[in-house]
Write a protein that binds this ligand. Sequence first.
Ligand SMILES: [Zn+2]
Length: 404
Amino acid sequence: MDIAAPIEIFAPYTNTNAEGDTVLTFPLLIDGQSRKLTYTVSPEYAKYLVTERADAALVAMLPLVTRRTGEVKVHAPISAELLHNLRHILSPVLPLYHPSYKPLSIEAEADETCFRRAGVNHIGTGCSCGVDSLATIYTYSKRTMTPESLRVDTLTFFDAGSHYENQRSKHGNTLMVGRLTKAKACAADLKLPLLTVCSNLYSFGDGLNFESVCTYRNVSSVLILQKYFSTYHLASSSHIREFHFSERDPSDSDEFLLRCLSTESTRLLSAVSSLDRQERTALISHWQPARNHLNVCTVNVENCGRCMKCIRTLYQLEITGERAAFDHLFADKTAFRNGSFAERWHVLKKIMRDTYFHREYAEWTKRAESLGLHPPYSSRFLRFILHPVVLILCDPRHAARYLR
Ligand SMILES: [Zn+2]
């Protein structure tokens, strides 16, 4: 095994699997071993797969490449803009993500041909049914709000590793199948097609968790379909004010990163980054599709009501005053509102330990003050500490009025 050897990427090819779906395969050479990176789509999307270039595989392998020698050899053309952006814009910035990241040395031929054709310029975004995803769909599917050139006409569901981490498991598979079923129901409700891409990206984790590679994997799943998507909105995970270069979560720099990963055929845009999670929650809280399909749980297919993501969401819905409309989507509400003292204490401890929650809560309070909405508690300490205590330990129906 030679870790110093560059990763090699070979020209892709397609074939049909036993289920009749189309599989796009990139042969790879990593540490002297032959591997195959695969993406599977249903037959109606087969004609849009990019078999002429290796953009998708190169983007998928970037986290591994920069953590090793920075060298990669590609035996297939790469879109000229992508190659330029990687070599001259992303590469010099990589050490800002982590000092040990190596600059990129990409051996590849550039191809300037654009795949865009009249009548096939689709605009897509993901449909995970989470707050960020639904806020993006809401923003970019409304005729009154959005110009046609940005309006979403296709929803996607990527099986790119978020359900499994680095290996397949029975529970991971249950999550994937359950979430896909929910995405299909949401897309049907919105009368938009759902394009599913299943890949084996999860098996190229090399010990990296999904969060640290999520932008690369999602973009990779978009770039196999450059003949279909002219624009793709990726829901941002945080507000633009949180922009920073982070090894743990590169999506905090999506406004920059997506510009680097765009091609002449497909532009990638970071969506709803001018809103924080509280504002995104407020944006969708009156929208019936969100009330039908919101799904945020990190533990189960159904919203458990007990994990940190469920609790954050319930809390934020409480602040908007619309929680009752979403109650039916949460399996267990007792931990949040009617549970024993011990259960509420358990929830409170989780909230106090959650840095995202504190960040969001601080911003929300600041925003409320700038709008002239002064909570009854003037002390900063009381606002940050006492409000969650009041909300969790007392009856939230009474506590909520202090928060609006
Ligand atoms: Zn949950």
